[in-house]
Design a protein. Structure first.
Length: 396
């Protein structure tokens, strides 16, 4: 649960000090572990680092003026990050940079280590150690099961408070309806019902201003105040684009989870699809600019985020389908031909003449779990191989 913070100028300075202290302690912990080599004594754990933090706070008054709760929590977060790294679920913790990693976390019992209260219909307050009550925009109820919260500042200069609450999943309608969703670049999500949904991007005027600011940034002197202002202006425009994409994802995923019992999507390897083809100096890649543009479009469409939010809102009701040839199979007769995909938007079957939007036709194949085996036979999801073409199916 994320809310927009509205700190006063004095509170903003105190919050920035908390961010810098948490980042400083984190980077010290990273440095200690990077100095470890095989054969040496083990790197200090959280208990040892916590004792060292107490000594450092006594030696350096500027660090003692900060919140010990914030600094110790940074060490706990680092210990958890190292544990995740050793387990293999995450990468190794790296350095945190000023202006990029601006945030800290508060964990503890509500009412003792932190608290939150509502002032009016649209205003609330969160209590931060050594900062006091900080107002935020109250857009929904903060449940009592929140055990911690994080305060962070993005590159656009906006402050947010995020409460760690796992929302309940969306209830299934119980109608037994199944839908297939095809993800694309031009049409971000095309359900098998015929809708064509696209992520809202920047307006034309915003895109023009972004290009101008990027050219101005390229001419700016590194480290100058003018260049810093241009970077902030660029971040604000990109923040609007990100906010619109996330809002669209939330609304679309919630609508799909409420309307259908089973949601089927292609099992796309997005990480492999957006891999760079730049190559090396000895073996440079081909069509690098075109591939870079495609990668940006895939990221802007939010393919991975849509799948993640659906799995979180409809656990156990999202099924992944093999994406092989789903865009080349005719939903009406089952004939497969690459020539049937005449363009990005038009699908015209070479066998029966069936015409449909290419993304919608692919979504209908995904809805029935229709894929192709190595021998070219149609195979429904989780079933035996069907040698004969399948009749047309509707998904509700």
């Amino acid at each position: 649960m994320r809310f927009r913070l509205a700190p006063t100028p004095a509170q903003e300075q105190a919050l920035l000090e908390h961010c810098s202290h948490a980042r400083y302690v984190w980077n010290l912990a990273v440095e200690q572990h990077l100095a470890w080599r095989p054969g040496r004594k083990n790197a200090p754990d959280y208990a040892e680092q916590s004792r060292q933090l107490t000594e450092v706070r006594k030696a350096f008054p500027w660090l003692a003026t900060g919140s010990q709760t914030v600094q110790q929590q940074a060490l706990r977060d680092f210990a958890q990050a190292m544990s995740n790294f050793f387990v293999g679920t995450h990468g190794r913790p790296t350095w945190r940079k000023a202006g990029v990693h601006e945030g800290f976390r508060i964990v503890g019992k509500r009412g003792k280590h932190w608290d939150v209260r509502r002032l009016s219909r649209k205003t609330g307050e969160a209590w931060v150690p050594k900062v006091g009550w900080v107002k935020f925009r109250w857009s929904r109820e903060v449940t009592d099961d929140a055990k911690s919260f994080r305060v962070r500042r993005d590159r656009a200069g906006r402050w947010h408070v995020c409460f760690a609450v796992i929302p309940p999943p969306v209830d299934a309608p119980g109608t037994g309806e199944v839908v297939g969703v095809d993800r694309g670049v031009v049409v971000s999500a095309a359900p098998s019902t015929g809708e064509k949904l696209s992520v809202p991007g920047l307006r034309d005027t915003e895109a023009i201003r972004l290009r101008r600011l990027q050219r101005r940034l390229a001419r700016g002197k590194p480290g100058s105040n003018r260049r810093a202002r241009v970077k902030t202006a660029i971040a604000r425009i990109k923040a609007r684009q990100t906010d619109r994409r996330k809002d669209w994802m939330e609304q679309t995923s919630t609508a799909l989870a409420r309307r259908y019992d089973v949601i089927r999507m292609e099992d796309l390897k997005i990480k492999n699809m957006v891999r760079s083809v730049r190559g090396t100096l000895d073996a440079p890649g081909k069509n690098v600019r075109a591939k870079s543009g495609l990668n940006r479009s895939i990221h802007a469409a939010g393919w991975g985020l849509l799948m993640t939010r659906l799995e979180q809102k409809a656990p156990g009701r999202v099924e992944k389908v093999d994406p092989a040839y789903t865009s080349q199979i005719c939903h009406a007769c089952g004939h497969r031909a690459a020539e049937s995909r005449e363009s990005q938007a038009v699908f015209r079957c070479r066998a029966c003449g069936h015409v449909d939007h290419a993304d919608v036709n692919a979504a209908k194949n995904i809805a029935v779990g229709r894929t192709v085996t190595a021998r070219g036979a149609l195979q429904p999801l989780g079933g035996a191989v069907n040698r004969e073409p399948q009749p047309a199916l509707t998904s509700g």
